[in-house]
Design a protein around this ligand. Structure first.
Ligand SMILES: NC(=O)c1ccc[n+]([C@@H]2O[C@H](COP(=O)([O-])OP(=O)(O)OC[C@H]3O[C@@H](n4cnc5c(N)ncnc54)[C@H](OP(=O)(O)O)[C@@H]3O)[C@@H](O)[C@H]2O)c1
Length: 265
């Protein structure tokens, strides 16, 4: 079964330098078969090195960890091909029992602006390149590299992908577009022995992303809500959402392509 975590896995996590992606990269790796390969992407070399060090401290035998600093707001299919080729220099794709990708990297966009405030297509283009196009391009290259290998594809989505929030026109529209791409993928490839797709919404988490929304959003209600959660220390942590994420994978109750939220029963 694609979802059983203890397999020899090729795991790739985007946005692995901090926040949710960093925690997921470490906690997921801890569940894998020891000879797995882990590939971590983000811009910050320092953050990637921290995540790598945490993973190596798990001391899993024959585990390999590769980091690549890449800016997903300009990344190309050729760069993704190179990353996959370099990561596979000591193994063949077919040596892995499963290929697992977590499309986690994300940015919230300019929350100081309303939906009719930004007419500049370059700004939208850059946002969509980072948050939608890069994930699609990487996903295509990942599928090409792991033809014939069972795949688990996770898209870190948001309630914002299915519900509108004022000041979040970049974020909500980007999350909706990205999630629909992954739903189409699940629909096209329904054999769950070969592919399982999960759109996981982690809940509101104490990371740099929610700090930015709290500081800059013109949606005062949302900013105040995050502030209240921070002040009362009730905002969810990356540890809590990662624990739930692992539970969702292990319980195997969702259908491929589903949107599963932290708060779902
Ligand atoms: N926090 C929440 O409440 C919440 C709620 C729902 C969904 N999510 C989703 O969860 C995911 C992770 O968010 P987070 O809260 O952990 O945010 P975060 O702490 O801001 O982390 C974002 C990650 O994305 C990477 N990233 C940002 N811009 C990038 C770029 N141009 N190129 C490459 N990597 C880039 C960052 O690395 P570098 O800066 O090193 O590049 C970082 O590793 C996102 O998809 C977000 O939409 C978060």
């Amino acid at each position: 079964m694609v979802l059983d975590l203890e397999k020899r896995t090729f795991l790739l996590v985007t946005g692995a330098s901090r926040g949710i992606g960093q925690r997921m990269a470490v906690e997921v790796t801890a569940k894998l078969k020891s000879s797995s390969f882990v590939v971590l992407l983000a811009r910050s070399e320092t953050g990637l090195a921290q995540t790598k060090a945490e993973i190596e401290a798990l001391q899993l035998k024959d585990l390999k960890v590769y980091t690549f600093s890449i800016d997903l707001s300009t990344a190309t299919a050729t760069q993704f091909q190179e990353i996959l080729t370099k990561s596979l220099k000591d193994a063949k794709a077919k040596d892995f029992e499963r290929a697992f990708i977590i499309h986690n990297a994300g940015s919230v966009g300019d929350v100081s602006k309303g939906a009719v405030d930004v007419a500049d297509t370059n700004i939208w283009q850059q946002y969509y390149h980072m948050n939608v196009f890069s994930a699609i391009s990487l996903n295509c290259e990942f599928f090409r590299a792991f033809t014939g290998v069972p795949k688990l594809v996770v898209n870190i989505t948001s309630k914002c992908g299915i519900e509108p929030f004022a000041s979040m026109s970049f974020y909500c529209s980007g999350k909706a577009a990205k999630e629909m791409y992954f739903r189409v993928l699940a629909n096209e490839q329904p054999n769950v022995e070969e592919l399982v797709v999960l759109n996981y919404a982690p809940g509101a988490i104490d990371t740099q992303m929610t700090v930015l929304v709290q500081r800059d959003s013109i949606n005062k209600e949302l900013a105040d809500f995050f502030k209240m959660q921070r002040d009362t220390k009730t905002m969810l942590t990356t540890e809590q959402t990662t624990k739930k994420f692992l539970q969702v994978l292990q319980e195997q109750k969702f259908k491929s392509g589903d949107h599963v939220d932290y708060w779902d029963e």
